[in-house]
Design a protein around this ligand. Structure first.
Ligand code: SF4
Length: 178
């Protein structure tokens, strides 16, 4: 069974995609790497929800580092960009490159991300970044657009069934809707 490292932004997005990849024949390990999430309490809450689901489903989870200030330095100058703009491009790039690198280091056959399940994300941007990572790291990127075939609705149904914590903003302070 090929092993895949799945970058997961949160449990509500991760639950459905984990199951979908398993149905495609992959042995899934979750990679929780989201230094973009603000504040740290919210980061911990999302991480703990992902851990809870993975423990229940007997899926391994690797935790990446968390350094919001370092992340903020990387997006400096683009704080006021709208969602799907250049700030998001940098943010998604950081997370997917790290996922590809950790996948290579741990001898996974492929990597993927949950990010294309959200209607708030540009699947084209996410998949372009994922494929760019494969030119640096020699590894397969699974580029399914998870929100297709009712994927987003199914992920919401699963989130409700599992009583996941559901946030109403993407992650960084600039995406908090007031
Ligand atoms: S809106 Fe989301 S994807 Fe965009 S920069 Fe903020 S956390 Fe990253």
């Amino acid at each position: 069974m090929p092993r895949i490292l799945l970058h997961t932004c949160c449990a509500p997005c991760g639950g459905y995609v984990i199951k979908k990849l398993q149905s495609m024949g992959y042995e899934v390990t979750v990679f929780y790497y989201n230094p973009n999430v603000f504040p740290e309490d919210e980061y911990k809450l999302r991480l703990n929800e992902a851990k809870r689901f993975c423990a229940k489903e007997k899926v391994d989870l690797i935790e990446g580092g968390y350094n919001y200030n370092e992340w903020k330095q990387k997006i400096k100058g683009f704080e006021n960009e709208p969602e799907k703009g250049h700030r998001c491009e940098i943010c998604i790039g950081l997370r997917l490159l790290e996922t590809a690198q950790v996948a290579i280091e741990n001898e996974f056959e492929a990597f993927a991300t949950t990010l294309t399940i959200s209607p708030h994300k540009s699947a084209e941007m996410v998949n372009k970044i994922g494929h760019e990572a494969t030119t640096l790291y020699n590894i397969k990127f699974v580029d399914n657009v998870w929100r297709k075939e009712d994927g987003f609705k199914k992920s919401c149904d699963l989130a409700e069934k599992e009583s996941f914590h559901r946030q109403d903003y993407c992650g960084c302070e600039f995406s908090i809707r007031v």
